[in-house]
Design a protein around this ligand. Sequence first.
Ligand code: DX5
Ligand code: ZN
Length: 218
Amino acid sequence: MVELLPSILSADFARLADEVAAAERGGGTVIHVDVMDGHFVPNITLGPPVVKSLRKHTRLPLDCHLMIENPDEFIPAFAEAGANWISVHYEACRHLHRTLQLIAQHGMQPAVVINPATPVDLLIPVLGMVHHVLVMSVNPGFGGQEFIPYSLNKIRRLKELRQQMGLSFRIEVDGGVAHETIAMVVEAGAELLVAGNAVFGAGRAEHDARSLLEAARQ
Ligand code: DX5
Ligand code: ZN
């Protein structure tokens, strides 16, 4: 079963509660929150205070994608703010296993993210401890970028590993997921579909979330 995760990166930040409500009416089931620190990625977005405010306006799980250095330092603050899922980058964690444990200890679902140039097989040792794996299909930092087709191979490889290892983590994809690409990522095996620009870019989140989901289910 596929799910649509609207990424608020492309929403109107001054109207976040309304934007999230519209995306939910259109069928979004988890809200994807992009946290950027200006160091791990060349952009700055938001942190725990915004998560805390969002928490008051939606019951949907908040999927916080941390594109930050030293994520361990901030995990307690995200838990306190009401985050449900936390994903950390393989490339940002010196002690990835410990970081994933820390997320779980704070009562949140742990996940790992890989950049486009990072091979899936590096994750084999931690696949048994994650709620999902997030495959970046653009280089992180900005919304509205073009989908990188090689990501499809990585999604397929993850699906194969999951079966071989008898695991049940879910497969998420993030970046360039839009009307033209969504069927391909589903076909490859992605189940959690993040979309920013395709949901919020045109200012009609309810309509565009609904039509994206229709395209994903065809
Ligand atoms: C990029 C973020 C994405 C972003 C995707 O660094 O991780 O979540 O919002 O945006 P689109 O769907 O516009 O490519
Ligand atoms: Zn993201």
